[in-house]
Ligand binder design. Structure first.
Ligand SMILES: [Zn+2]
Length: 171
């Protein structure tokens, strides 16, 4: 067995090799962590909604009608669910400490999750949403226009417009 004496050429070569091996292992570990983090940062997924048992974060009532339901995904990974999509905007306006990663609403006709940020919203007194805000969401502008055309007082909002409007209601 070869013995390495501190200060000798052999010892210095051994030290350099060991440093290279440790550096390589560290780089591999960082690379694996990077891959794992990216895997967790894919497209945000909406939460599973249990109609009839999930409770609205804002008003505390049971979510009973999928057409008006909404949810937010917060940066730290937790979610909030709402029975009336307008309350999603009101709740998040009241909780600026929650950084919202993704907003989800149900398409009024398909009753499936769509992204709130790109949805079109129709507001009318003829729409009887659970908490009375009278707002519904559609995936396309055409669908929102067609629905609004049937209602005398309908207004169409983009996400940013509705968010600004609801912020005034949250104060
Ligand atoms: Zn509610």
């Amino acid at each position: 067995m070869k013995r390495y004496l501190a200060g000798s050429d052999d010892f210095n070569r051994w030290r350099v090799r060991t440093t290279e091996v440790v550096t390589t292992i560290c780089l591999l570990i960082f690379a694996m962590i990077g891959v794992a983090c990216r895997a967790g940062n894919g497209d945000p997924q909406p939460p599973e909604l249990m109609i009839g048992s999930d409770v609205c974060e804002e008003c505390g009532m049971v979510v009973s009608d999928a057409r008006y339901a909404a949810a937010t995904l917060i940066e730290d990974g937790h979610t909030h669910k709402f029975d009336d999509l307008a309350e999603m905007f009101i709740f998040q306006a009241k909780h600026p400490e929650d950084v919202v990663r993704a907003w989800f609403v149900h398409d009024y006709e398909a009753e499936t999750w769509i992204r709130g940020e790109t949805a079109f919203f129709v507001m009318s007194e003829a729409i009887h949403s659970p908490m009375g805000y009278g707002v519904v969401a559609f995936e396309t502008r055409v669908a929102a226009d067609n629905f609004a055309a049937e209602l005398a007082d309908a207004q169409i909002f983009t996400f940013d417009e509705l968010n600004a409007w609801m912020k005034t209601r949250a104060q």
